[in-house]
Design a protein. Structure first.
Ligand code: NAD
Ligand code: UD1
Length: 348
């Protein structure tokens, strides 16, 4: 059985589906601070099997202890965390308490229970403003520009030191680049709890006429069209990577780091154009000043993941955007955020 912390969230839910499809038993722990119990039914309807669920905080040591006692947990995928950059600047202690404190408590409970296989949702933000592209895992970690990024880097340090202290640990640090997209069924996707900060959720709301215009933050970067370049990766590809990482770690010890990106960067304007092609919907935009803390460009060298765990992103940008738009439209059909156009669910 695999325990997924944060398993009703955007990425965790996709990982749950992938593990269930792989034949694994799945137990989810989530305090539902940024997700909903209804996701469990959606996971079950997509995967054909229901994961176990415990509503609890990952920092609650006694709950973790009893879960490890009660269930035959062999490994943990640790997705639980807070991820809003702006909020982390306003409330840094909450971010350190959850993202760092949660990781410490989880590692303690795992060690006590004799469970040493751990996969962690890290982020390319740990590289900071890396001068060379593409970014390989050998690039030194940098100075993340906000408490969220710092907390992810600190959590990595927690796991590295823990693994260094006991050779039974087998840890995978998965550095996601920019996860986007949604499950092809239109049932699982990212649901921002307030005004979205990230490009894709904001763009989707503009396309759905919930917001007037997409603000493009900066068109004077040293990039081909002046807008920021990122490596967008489909959440379904990420989910597949978690299964592969867990399998690889079964026969290994120590800490293993993998970049999860496509290896290709796209500018904001390229994303908008690809979205308009994929959806047939026009996205009004305005050019604004650069956003504080943003970097010009960031894309992965994903060769190590391909070599070691046989992982490669399979979905292209238009597919990611088509799936994201379907999710937005299906959400409206379920009485969730408003969207104007619909795409049929595919049989893929
Ligand atoms: P999400 O908010 O959708 O999912 C996180 C889940 O964790 C939520 O369901 C939330 O309720 C739960 N959670 C938060 N604090 C908790 C706590 N103290 N105890 C138990 N559950 C708690 O976010 P996501 O996009 O699915 O991200 C998952 C992980 O991936 C996070 O750790 C995030 O930092 C990391 N990550 C995300 C991105 C991204 O762009 N989405 C990029 C890089 C890394
Ligand atoms: C942001 C976070 C990063 C986090 C990642 C995934 C910052 C500085 N970084 O990365 O720590 O790991 O999200 O959650 O917030 N853009 C617009 N208009 C918008 C939104 C974004 O033009 O309304 C641009 C940005 O300037 C950037 C690109 O779109 O060039 C992608 O932005 P975003 O989706 O927020 O991701 P990152 O900035 O890469």
């Amino acid at each position: 059985m695999i325990l997924i912390t944060g398993g009703t969230g955007y990425i965790g839910a996709h990982v749950a589906v992938e593990l269930l499809n792989n034949g694994d038993q799945v137990l989810i722990l989530d305090n539902l601070c940024n997700s909903s119990r209804t996701t469990l039914g959606l996971i079950a309807s997509v995967a054909g099997r229901t994961p176990g669920f415990v509503q609890a905080d990952v920092r609650h040591r006694r709950t973790l202890n009893s879960l490890f006692r009660e269930y035959p947990i062999e490994a943990v995928v640790h997705c639980a965390g807070l991820k809003a950059v702006g909020e982390s600047v306003r409330d840094p202690l909450r971010y350190y308490a959850t993202n760092v404190g949660g990781s410490v408590t989880l590692c303690q409970a795992m060690a006590e229970a004799g469970v040493f296989r751990l996969v962690f949702s890290s982020s390319a933000t740990v590289y900071g403003d890396c001068p060379q592209m593409p970014i390989a895992e050998t690039c030194p970690t940098g100075q993340p520009t906000n408490p969220y990024g710092q907390s992810k880097l600190m959590a990595e340090h927690v796991m590295r030191s823990t693994a260094a202290s006991d050779p039974r640990w087998s840890v995978g640090l998965l550095r996601y680049f920019n996860p986007i997209g949604a499950h092809r069924s239109g049932k699982l996707g990212e649901r921002p709890s307030s005004t979205p900060n990230n490009l894709l959720p904001y763009l989707l709301q503009v396309a759905a006429r919930e917001r007037a215009v997409l603000k493009v933050f900066g068109n004077d970067y040293p990039t081909p069209d002046g807008t920021g370049v990122r490596d967008y990766v489909h959440v379904a590809d990420l989910a597949d990577g978690h299964v592969r990482a867990l399998e690889f770690l079964r026969g290994e010890t120590g800490v293993h780091v993998w970049n999860f990106g496509t290896g290709r960067g796209y500018s904001v304007l390229e994303v908008v154009q690809a979205f308009e092609r994929a959806s047939g919907v026009r996205v009004p935009l305005s050019f604004e000043a650069r956003r504080e803390g943003d970097i010009a460009r960031c894309w992965a060298d994903p060769a190590k993941a391909a070599r070691q765990i046989g992982w490669k992103a399979r979905h292209g940008l238009e597919q990611m955007l088509e799936d994201a738009w379907r999710w937005q439209c299906c959400s409206r059909e379920r009485g969730e955020p408003l969207a104007l156009a619909t795409l049929p669910a595919t049989g893929r």
